[in-house]
Design a protein around this ligand. Structure first.
Ligand code: AMP
Length: 520
């Protein structure tokens, strides 16, 4: 019998956190080797060495050209759209994320004094197939068996709901982090935590509030000295960290001042909380609109909510907390730690997945204590159900209108795992192959959807026009798509040639490349 040790990882845009279930069945945050409970998701490249975390973050200003941050905003993009070169090696977004995950894994092993084998990694609920697949790849590159990819708000709800499964309530999870915004409505009922609706904006987060201050100071500098301090990378990074610090100060104080020096000249900008709130009102309105939309999608009224969970560092800002008070009569509670809830939920989910695996295989991989004490949360296993955050379709040809259109196979908000089958006729006689174009999005126009990839299927010979081809879409628990096609009784499971990400054959080579680096 081989024992396994699983961790939950909140791989954040600005910070990451790791948790595990201890010997007493309690979820615990694992501090990093700097004794911090969260690790900045910032990477510093030095000759042969990679430093992740606070040390890297502190070097943002001194060595901006050796730093990578906000990589989560790039994950899922192909190398042609995003890469970073250090020395003679070019890194994809997956590889960079893998370096952050390696730091988290290595530090967890040091703290726990045992090897970490498995992980559940969290992603924003609206992450698409490419972004999820790339996150799984990043985990594999870091030497982790990725048990599951789960949504951040689901993880927060699991952390909150684990000891409240007997209470029937609807929970609104408002998650505003450093780079992303995510809202999800969950229902906790009996042994089940069920996702009802979700929406978000993966380009809306704390950085946008920081940028308002950055621009304000840069404009003032330009007015006083006729120069743009943002053109110099070092000066830009410096101003960015000052803006972030000023923003955090304004969460507890009514006013602050930002001093910035560049090229021997300096500027001082006084900023009150009131003025900052006025300047960032458009961001608050964006958040509000998404909250309203998700309530409409769930067909719920604000009075139906039993709890609003605030997740993500930005929810410490009074103006952000006010968004909820302006919308909902539900009082805000301090039920979860906004920085830690997601990692803790992921750690709980990791144990649930391993318990399920134990049941199926009959092999015991968890310590006896964990199994017993974990199950004793409420006498049985908790069930977590997610829904899809995007529609998955196939591009078809409309003979009457002589144009392509998107046929939705699995609709938005379908419970996961989801399976959809449909028959289509071949477009002409003797077609040697059919190319299935898979897209993600809510429009019927192919150009307005995100292309996911293609499946190229060899068809049996001599098929007349209109021969039935059965297409099966399977959306698995990780919200990653698998496709099967059946033509003339032959069922073929086809791997999607995804537009993005590393191909399976490239993963081993990338893993070997990363193993040469010393990550601390
Ligand atoms: P997360 O990605 O959840 O770690 O959120 C980090 C974001 O929250 C960053 O933009 C931080 O600047 C921001 N943040 C953290 N603490 C505070 C605070 N007290 N006031 C305002 N923003 C904060």
């Amino acid at each position: 019998m081989s024992q396994r040790k699983a961790i939950g990882i909140d791989l954040g845009t600005t910070f990451s956190a790791v948790a595990h279930i201890d010997a007493y069945g309690k979820p615990q945050i694992i501090p990093n080797s700097e004794s911090e409970r969260i690790t900045p998701s910032v990477i510093l490249f030095e000759a042969g060495n990679v430093v992740v975390g606070t040390v890297a973050k502190n070097n943002c200003v001194a060595e901006p050209e050796r730093i990578v941050d906000f990589v989560k905003r790039e994950i899922g993009k192909p190398k042609e759209q995003f890469d970073r070169q250090f020395g003679d090696k070019v890194y994809s977004a997956e590889e960079l994320s893998a370096l952050i995950l390696t730091k988290l894994k290595v530090d967890a092993e040091k703290y726990l004094q045992e090897p970490v084998t498995d992980a559940v990694i969290t992603v924003p609920a609206y992450f698409n197939d490419a972004e999820r697949t790339a996150t799984i790849t990043a985990g594999q590159l870091a030497g982790l068996n990725v048990l599951q990819i789960i949504n951040e708000p689901t993880a927060a709800a699991v952390a909150y709901g684990v000891d409240k499964l007997d209470q029937d309530q609807t929970v609104f999870v408002f998650d505003l982090g450093g780079g992303t915004f995510d809202v999800t409505i969950m229902r906790i009922d009996g042994q089940k935590i069920e996702m009802l609706a979700t929406n978000g904006d993966h380009r809306l987060g704390g950085k946008d509030w920081d940028d308002v201050i950055v621009n304000m100071v840069a404009e003032q500098f330009d007015r006083e000295h006729g120069e743009n301090p943002l053109l110099d990378l070092q000066s830009y990074q410096d101003l960015q960290s000052r803006a972030l610090a000023a923003k955090i100060q304004l969460s507890s104080r009514q006013r602050t001042a930002i001093v910035h020096s560049y090229n021997g000249k300096s500027v001082k900008v006084e900023l009150t909380r009131e003025e900052f709130e006025r300047q960032t009102r458009h961001l608050v309105e964006k958040c509000k609109a998404i909250c309203e939309l998700v309530m409409q999608e769930a067909q719920l009224d604000w009075t139906a909510l039993g709890k609003v969970l605030l997740v993500g560092g930005m929810t410490r800002m009074p103006m952000v907390r006010n968004i909820i008070s302006e919308l909902s009569p539900t009082p805000l509670g301090e039920d979860v730690n906004p920085d830690e809830a997601v990692a803790i939920g992921a750690a709980i989910q990791a144990i649930l997945v391993l318990l399920e695996e134990e049941e199926v295989s009959g092999e015991r991989v968890l310590p006896e204590g964990t199994r017993q004490q974990f199950s004793s949360y409420d006498g049985g296993l908790m069930q977590v159900t997610n829904i899809t955050s995007h529609t998955l379709g196939v591009v078809l040809w409309n003979e009457n209108e002589l144009q392509e259109y998107v046929y939705p196979m699995i609709g938005k908000m379908s419970p996961i795992p989801a399976v959809a089958k449909n028959h289509f006729g071949t477009a002409s006689a003797n077609m040697p192959r059919a190319v299935v174009r898979i897209v993600e999005g809510e429009s019927t126009m192919p150009a307005e959807c995100t292309p996911l990839g293609i499946c190229d299927i060899k068809l049996p010979p001599f098929l007349p026009k209109g021969s039935p081809v059965e297409l099966v879409y399977e959306y698995n628990a990780n919200q990653v798509l698998e496709v099967a096609v059946q033509a003339c009784g032959n069922q073929t499971r086809i791997s999607i040639e995804r537009n993005t990400g590393l191909a399976p054959s490239e993963i081993e080579a990338a893993k070997a490349g990363l193993a040469e680096l010393n990550v601390t």
